[in-house]
Every structure is written in C-alpha cells, then in structure tokens.
Design a protein around this ligand. Structure first.
Ligand SMILES: Cc1cc2nc3c(=O)[nH]c(=O)nc-3n(C[C@H](O)[C@H](O)[C@H](O)COP(=O)(O)OP(=O)(O)OC[C@H]3O[C@@H](n4cnc5c(N)ncnc54)[C@H](O)[C@@H]3O)c2cc1C
Length: 390
C-alpha cells in the first residue's frame, strides 16, 4: 500500500514547527526519525495533509549531563545513546533498555521524542521514563513539563495536543549503587517486546530494599507500575541468587501452561543460563535445562532463543570437560586439605590421563612429568589401574 498524498514542510526552528502545526491543526503530523510514522502512513493508518519535518533541528539533538540528571533532546537517536559511554555509566538502565530497541537500522534513525510521542505500549523508552520518573518537556503555546506518570494516557495516546512538540526528556540523577534489572521477551531479536519488565531499588545499610520501582511493558495499553510487586520488595532483603532461581523456575511453570513449545524452550534456556551465571556458576546443574530446551527447540533455528541456547550449550559442554574437583580448586574451594593432600589428589587426576595418552607406558609418564616410575606406579595402583608387568 502507498501513503495518501501529503504536503511536506521542513521546519527551520522549533518556533517555525509550532507555527506550521498551529496553521494546520490536527491535519499536520510531525516527522522525526520516521520509523513509526512512515509505516503508519504506508498502511494508511494516518493520512495527514501536511508532514512537518523537524528532523534537522540541531537544537533538539543535545545530550546534557548535570548533577541532577540527564537531559536528552527530542532528536537524540537510539544509536546516540548506545554510543555514549557516559550514559552507560550514569544511566545504566536506560542504556541497557535502548540495546533492546529494534534493529540497528532503526536505531540509527529512531528518536527519543518520536518514541515518547508514538507511545507504543511495548516500547522500552516509555517504560524507562515511567520507571525513572522522567519529565517530558513540551513546547506549544506554553512550555510544559509533564511527568512520565501523567504522559502516557492510553494506547498510542499521550497528554500532548496536536499543536505541541516534544523538545526533550529529563531523567533524574541515578545513584551509583542503585540495583536494577531489565528483561524482555520478544519473538525474534529486535522485535517489539511481547512483554518486559524493568526495576530498580536502592539498598539500606542492612541490605533491605528502599523505594523499589517496577514497571511492566507490553502488558497493557501503557507501561504500568507494578505496585503490588513493589510492596513485596519494599523493606525486604533481596537475595539475588534466590530470586533469580525462583523466577526462572516460575517462568518454566508458567510457560508450560501455554503449551507453546518455543516459549517453554526459552524458559528452560533462561533457567539454564541462571544456573550458569555468577551467583551459581554451576553449568552441571544447567545440563537438564539444556537437554529439555534442545529437545523442544530442535526445529526452531531462527528462533530468538536459538542464540541463547547456543550460549548455554557452550557453557554446559565446557563444564562437562572440567572435573568438578578442578573446578572447585579453581574457585579456591580447597576445604581443610593441606597442600600435600591437594598435590596427591591432583596426581590421581592427572597421572591416569597422561598414562593413557602415553600408550600406557609408565617410563614415558615418569619422563614426561619428571617424577619417579615408582610414584607413577603407586598412583596408578591407588586409582585401580592395572599396570602390565615391566
Ligand atoms: C520494524 C520495527 C521495529 C521496531 N522495534 C521497536 C522496539 O523494539 N522498541 C521501540 O521502542 N521501538 C521500536 N520501533 C519504533 C522505533 O523505535 C521508532 O523509531 C520510534 O518509536 C519513533 O521514533 P521516530 O523518531 O522514528 O518517530 P517518527 O516515526 O518520526 O514519529 C512517530 C510519531 O511521533 C510523532 N512525533 C515525532 N517526533 C515528535 C516530537 N518531537 N514531538 C511530538 N510528536 C512527535 C510523529 O508525528 C508520529 O506520530 C520499531 C520500528 C520498526 C519499524
């Protein structure tokens, strides 16, 4: 389908854009990155008489850091955020969320202002704006500052009127020690999320969560604060490892209810990766999840879970070749053993393997490891190897 005919006007300043909007009322539409507007025109979901292009207004492209937070001009693109090392440090959750927006071609053009104005319920930025209590700055007959909590009013609807322009968004400062998480599920990498969640909390001295905020997106007409979940988290001591495992198990159980093979496979992959993460570092425990996911995802190579499954596979297989005792030692878990005892255990692990590789010749093992043949024989006998008489 092709878009209906429309006139095109390139705004030369914010003031000029406002004049054009005032002149054409709701028959005009602003154009920023065009990544949502153009598909909507092509599908004739919108048929404006005039498209007002604000995409070249440099005054809307600024990224400004201040002690009280971060300001992004409306024309800051996803790729600008992605490339900013300072945003990654000072607003890590925002940076993480933007990594999940669409494909890189779209991230090269899509803008902050366009995303907020479009207000897709599955979009990442509106969710992060709500979570972080961001303020959206709007120019019109008056300049307005609208809090994200009041901004998203319904499905693809916001509190701005057709004669207003979003000029930027301001995120409050982010305490360096704040804890946060971001997760979303989409059919393929780069697709809009089917559902997602973002959260943060600060930690009191006793380790309990203060002022937690949790927002879900893709689950209603607008991003939503999950206030009941916030209540559960408030004042509780968060054990990230326990929580991660509980949620991973819940995800598997929930996915099973859907009887959707891909979803269940994905949940198993997630569970498996949870066992492999730094809290557990236990790829052996991940093996059953890997086996289940592999059986379920056999025919779904293009699925978004596929890459994650390959990552899980690498971790599980790598673990398979490492003896648990070696893994424990590498993590400093030596129990009450003396160095002498550890050396003996190590010899019991290594000598039989070298013996196999050296054609079961005791003399070659002794020469290779610079130890006496007598010691090689003693160790081999202790681990039950039958040594042919020399
Ligand atoms: C295949 C595909 C996948 C995508 N996946 C995701 C995704 O996973 N997550 C995500 O968040 N987004 C996704 N998007 C949308 C993308 O991020 C858009 O770029 C973004 O939502 C809109 O930004 P834009 O600059 O392109 O806005 P435009 O398309 O130019 O405009 C969008 C709407 O906002 C209005 N508008 C634009 N700028 C302003 C302004 N300054 N003030 C007031 N109104 C304004 C326009 O009139 C229009 O109604 C996807 C898009 C595509 C095509």
């Amino acid at each position: 389908m092709k878009a209906s005919a429309f006139a095109y006007a390139r705004a030369t300043s914010i003031g000029n854009a406002l004049e054009l909007l005032a002149a054409h009322g709701d028959k005009a539409k602003l154009l920023s990155g065009g990544q949502s507007l153009m598909p909507m025109l092509a599908f004739r979901m919108l048929a404006p008489r005039v498209v007002v292009d604000i995409g070249r207004l440099d005054e809307l492209k600024a990224i400004a850091f201040a002690a009280d937070g971060l300001s992004l001009g409306a024309l800051v693109r996803w790729c600008d955020i992605e490339r900013s090392a300072r945003i990654a440090t000072e607003q890590p959750l925002l940076a993480e969320a933007v990594r999940h927006v669409a494909h890189y071609q779209i991230r090269n053009r899509g803008t902050v202002g366009g995303s907020l104005a479009h207000a897709d319920p599955a979009a990442e930025l509106p969710a992060i704006a709500l979570l972080c209590d961001a303020t959206i700055e709007v120019a019109g007959r008056h300049v307005r500052q609208i809090s994200a909590a009041d901004f998203f009013t319904g499905l693809l609807m916001t509190a701005i009127s057709p004669d207003e322009v979003i000029t930027g968004v301001r995120f409050p400062a982010w305490p360096a020690k704040r804890r946060w998480a971001f997760e979303e599920f989409s059919r393929r990498k780069g697709d809009f999320a089917m559902a997602g969640v973002a959260l943060y909390y600060d930690e009191a001295r006793d380790g309990t969560a203060i002022a937690p905020r949790i927002v879900g997106f893709g689950i209603g007409n607008t991003p939503m604060r999950l206030t009941k979940a916030e209540e559960v988290l408030r004042g509780s001591t968060v054990d990230p490892a326990r929580l991660a495992l509980d949620y991973a198990h819940d995800a598997v159980e929930l996915a099973k209810h859907t009887q959707n093979r891909r979803l269940i496979a994905h949940a198993f992959v997630w569970s498996g990766l949870t066992y492999c993460n730094r809290f557990f570092d236990d790829p052996e425990a991940a093996r059953p999840c890997y086996d289940q996911a592999t059986a379920l995802a056999k025919h779904d190579r293009a699925d978004s879970a596929w890459e994650d499954l390959q990552m899980l596979k690498a971790k599980v297989l790598r673990a398979g070749s490492v003896h648990p005792t070696l893994r424990a030692w590498s993590q400093g878990a030596t129990g009450e053993k003396t160095f002498q005892q550890i050396s003996e255990e190590f010899a019991e692990l290594i000598i039989p393997k070298v013996w196999e590789r050296e054609g079961r010749k005791v003399s070659r093992v002794a020469a290779r490891l610079s130890i006496s043949p007598k010691k090689v024989r003693r160790i081999l006998a202790r681990v039950g190897r039958k040594i042919p008489p020399s």
